[in-house]
Design a protein around this ligand. Structure first.
Ligand code: G4P
Length: 524
């Protein structure tokens, strides 16, 4: 394999931040970009913050989002590393989008509020990471406020997540007296992120540490640090990479403490791009030929151009501007004439991208979520999931003359992952499915705004949707034949069973033992 590719891949770090709302994800993102030189002044990411309580407010913000450049990926460099930070939506109604994004990262930073510990959404997102064996680095944020005891926080992570912890740094002071971090293994101190280098010290009783703490806290700190050294685990990189252990950092994103510790950690031992599972084989990141997959589609990033950007994670080789790739789903060639890198506020044409990188590919509906691009090989990446919708609705259109336009628009929205679309076998109008109610608002707003199609939603007689399969294909056909009125096809023409309620699903599952009713489908 060419050395250049190997070197480039080794310095890539592709990660997401997972957190319960308000723990500090936006602030930390901003500071990572700030220290990575991607933005000049803090405050730029903040503009996009989704602080909205009501739906109408949310829609307004969403519209504004189309105007400001808010992007799903942010690339920045720090020392020798190239980082791709993938953003995940804050609201749980967009959970499916978050799960798809997590299919494209190699590690995650879990942000915890030092006063609140593990909150429900942290737990849920953590579970998704665990399912995918994504290694996690923990950042305990808001140490500048009243917080829990660090030992208590470590204990809670171990108990609630069944995950070993290894504190790498220890907070010097707490709340008002929080004034830096102490690197346990290196015996070195960093006062704040303004200090690029850590200062080596003789130990926790050194003058440098003493100078950072009020007199009445010094002794307690020395004892605490000794206890941390004795009682806590040391970093075991293998255990971390396998997802059994999380290195823990303490800091305050707002006040610039611990952010550099975190970036350095990602650079030093964060996993480089992992091998990706495809249908017929595993693809190593350092392979020469380019392979990649689409995990997200974002429309209207620039309303002047009505553009549609497919976010592609490069899995191997080198993606070069102008190259011809094969879109495996259709077998057709596709010219990658203008791949783009995204920084905080700007995007630039990407001349070349390597495994781990995420580039945006402008297109007008050619690419859809889950698509694989290669240099010719017939492989399909698995793992961009589709979740059975929780809400099923029919779309009612005021103007019947526009039915065809609506059909096309819904198809496009489904390809972008805004909603899922199911076409009943009996020819009745399509049903849209979503995981969270806000997705319906987005659909309505976009149909109105982009396609001038004002719509309303009607209850469907179904409330449950499951993908059906069986080892014996004939059995699936028999099931479909016996339930024609309750079968629909998804975008890939795969059959789903629609049930009025969970009770009828359970009833059918009892009667048709050979049929699998799946709540998750991997795009393939
Ligand atoms: P999120 O994206 O995870 O939802 O959280 P975000 O960064 O927006 O932070 C939520 C709130 O917590 C913000 O305050 C933010 O300023 C504050 N915050 C974040 N990191 C720290 C920290 O290290 N220390 C302290 N003390 N506060 C922190 P807000 O009042 O909701 O917003 P704002 O009006 O201050 O911008």
């Amino acid at each position: 394999m060419p050395e250049a590719i190997e070197e480039e891949v080794a310095r890539r770090r592709t990660f997401a931040i997972i957190a319960h709302p308000d723990a500090g994800k936006t602030t930390l993102t901003e500071k990572l970009l700030l220290f990575g030189g991607a933005i000049q002044l803090a405050g730029e990411v903040k503009a996009k913050k989704d602080k909205i309580q009501t739906r109408s407010d949310w829609m307004k913000i969403e519209r504004e989002r189309g105007i400001s450049v808010v992007t799903s990926v942010m690339t920045f460099e720090y020392e020798d590393n190239v980082f791709n930070l993938l953003d995940t939506p804050g609201h749980e109604d967009f959970a499916d989008d978050t799960y798809r994004t997590l299919s494209a990262v190699d590690s995650a930073v879990m942000v915890i509020d030092a006063a609140k510990g593990i909150e429900p959404r942290t737990l849920k997102l953590f579970e998704v990471c665990r399912l995918r064996d994504i290694p996690i680095i923990t950042f305990v944020n808001k140490m500048d406020r009243e917080s829990r005891d660090p030992f208590e926080i470590l204990d809670e992570i171990e108990q609630k997540l069944a995950l070993d912890t290894a504190p790498i740094t220890w907070p010097i002071g707490r709340g008002k007296t929080f004034s830096g971090t102490y690197h346990l293994a290196l015996n070195a101190v960093r006062k704040g992120d303004d200090e690029k280098e850590r200062t080596p010290v003789n130990g926790p009783d050194s003058n440098r540490v003493a100078g950072l703490l009020p007199e009445n806290e010094r002794e307690a700190f020395i004892e605490e640090l000794e206890l941390a050294r004795e009682a806590c685990r040391a970093l075991d990189i293998e255990a971390f990479r396998e997802g059994h252990l999380t290195p823990v950092y303490f800091g305050s994103a707002l006040r610039n403490y611990g952010v550099r510790d975190l970036i350095e950690a990602l650079g030093a031992f964060g996993p480089p791009p992992r091998a990706q599972e495809a249908d017929t084989r595993k693809v190593e990141a350092t392979e020469e030929k380019m392979t990649s997959f689409v995990f997200k589609i974002q429309a209207n990033m620039d309303p002047n151009h009505r553009d549609r950007i497919a976010f592609v994670r490069v899995c191997s080789g080198k993606l070069e501007r102008g190259m011809k790739a094969k879109l495996v789903r259709t077998g057709k060639p596709m010219s990658l004439s203008a791949p783009q890198f995204f920084f905080a506020r700007t995007r630039v044409t990407a001349d070349e991208a390597f495994a781990g990188d995420v580039v945006g590919i402008p297109n007008h509906g050619t690419l859809r979520i889950g698509d694989t691009l290669t240099e010719g090989e017939e492989i399909l990446f698995r793992g961009v999931p589709n979740f059975a919708p929780e809400i099923l609705r029919r779309v009612r259109l005021g103007d019947a003359m526009k039915a065809k336009k609506l059909k096309e628009a819904l198809h496009q929205m489904a390809e972008e992952g805004v909603v899922q679309l199911f076409s009943p076998e009996d020819g009745s109008p399509a049903i849209v499915g979503v995981v969270g109610a806000l997705q319906l608002d987005v659909l309505k707003e976009r149909l109105n705004f982009e396609y001038t199609l004002p719509v309303e939603f009607e209850m469907s007689r179904f409330s449950v949707c499951r993908w059906i399969s069986a080892d014996d294909k004939a059995e699936v056909l028999r099931f479909i034949e016996a339930h024609r009125g309750d079968i629909a096809r998804d975008l890939d023409n795969d059959p789903v069973f629609l049930a009025q309620h969970a009770f009828s699903l359970n009833y059918e599952a009892e009667r048709w033992k050979a049929i699998k009713f799946a709540t998750i489908k991997d795009y393939q």
